[in-house]
Design a protein around this ligand. Structure first.
Ligand code: NAI
Ligand code: MG
Length: 356
């Protein structure tokens, strides 16, 4: 019997509501499989914790998390705590502290998922975006000079180290080779004359080691246009932290909406825990109503199963999500239904029992 230790940070708003369903699904997988177990430990960190303790996580929080194999995160952020505090002191702290330098975001139009694009076939929206997750434009480097004075100047510096740039690009090449897919780099060398010229150069250099991988390179603005007009151009995509953040929200929009978008923050060397989360936020506008769509959180549970090496179970969970969406009987309001969060979770579990 293999046991997987998973830290659960449900967080704020709809975070706990959607994670509860993801955990239900993982428990079902555990029961159906019979040879593995999940050992969940819940941590109460987030904005409510901040209100009571003046911090987003315990002082030794990172040490408490260190020995888990994975972290399952809901969402953090709530009115009352500035977003840059909640984001920096919990989410970014974990991503950075555990060197989760790969952000894997599938942009895949599942069967039954709504797509706002006209005349697009399901198979044409099928990509994996590999976003650099440890430095770049989100490195937090810069300065704020002459605050409040007429000559005020702010500087926000992108940090692109050779190590950081090479490793993310190499990860993407490896994936493209393994999956026999094309690899597209998204950058902006015409305007960002240091960082993105360097990025493009590294993309070419590393590419020499992967002659069998077909590549393309787009400027980020053109890529945004093609995401909408010709998504079939993209299979594996690699890009910087900021561009990846923006382009994957666009990706979420063409692949069924925020209620369906998942992302994994991975430390490929497995020296530290990796983190799995829906990419949506805490949705204060619908929190507490029991109508949040849990499918993104369930999809991230499926990514966690892949990460643990249970790819068959990962696929089975995705198939179950598809079954629920194709049937259209049990969906939350964002997907045009009238069901509750937990009814959708139960429907996925029922589908899973039928599939496996
Ligand atoms: P959001 O993703 O929370 O909400 C955007 C819109 O999408 C809202 O109308 C919301 O109701 C809807 N939505 C999101 N997830 C949904 C779901 N599962 N089912 C149905 N509808 C869903 O983004 P917003 O409003 O910009 O941010 C709210 C808070 O969340 C902020 O404090 C922000 O900092 C935080 N946030 C946290 C993230 C994280 O923890 N990874 C990511 C993005 C935002
Ligand atoms: Mg984002």
């Amino acid at each position: 019997m293999k046991t997987h230790k998973v830290a659960v940070i449900a967080g704020d708003g709809i975070g706990p509501e959607v994670l509860a369903e993801g955990i239900k699904v993982l428990r079902k997988v555990e029961a159906l499989d019979g040879n593995m177990k999940f050992d969940f430990t819940h941590f109460p960190w987030g904005c409510e914790y901040y209100a009571n303790h003046g911090k987003m996580m315990a002082d030794d929080g990172m040490d408490q998390l260190r020995n888990f194999e994975a972290i399952y995160l809901g969402a953090v952020g709530f009115p009352g705590v500035p977003d840059h505090v909640s984001l920096r002191e919990l989410l970014l702290k974990i991503r950075k502290g555990f060197d989760q330098y790969v952000n894997i975001r599938p942009v895949q139009l599942l069967e039954g998922a709504p797509c706002p694009l006209k005349d697009v076939k399901r198979e044409e929206v099928d990509m994996i975006v590999i976003r650099e997750n440890s430095e770049g434009e989100y490195a937090g480097a810069g300065d704020w000079l002459f605050k409040g004075k007429p000559e005020e100047v702010v500087l926000q510096t992108g940090v692109f180290s050779r190590k950081g740039t090479e490793r993310i690009i190499r990860y993407a090449y490896e994936l493209a080779r393994k999956e026999k897919k094309t690899l597209t780099s998204i950058s902006k060398a015409n305007a960002l004359n240091y960082s993105m010229v360097f990025w493009d150069q590294v993309f070419e250099e590393v590419g020499k080691e992967y002659p069998e991988v077909k590549t393309a390179s787009y400027l980020v603005d053109a890529a945004a246009m093609f995401f909408v007009k010709q998504p079939q151009r993209f299979q594996i995509v690699v890009t910087s932290n900021l561009f990846g953040d923006i382009i994957t929200d666009l990706g979420a929009a063409i692949a069924g909406g925020m209620g369906l978008a998942a992302g994994a923050n991975v430390n490929p060397e497995r020296l530290h825990p990796s983190m799995f989360e829906p990419i949506h936020g805490s949705a204060p506008d619908i929190a507490g109503k029991g109508i949040a769509n849990p499918l993104a959180a369930i999809w991230s549970a499926s990514q966690m199963l892949d990460f643990f090496g249970y790819n068959d179970w990962g696929r089975a969970v995705l198939k179950s999500i598809e079954k629920v969406m194709v049937e259209k009987k049990t969906l939350t309001p964002d997907l045009g239904g009238t069901s509750t969060t937990s009814e959708v979770g139960n429907a996925v579990i029922a589908a899973l029992a039928g599939i496996s």
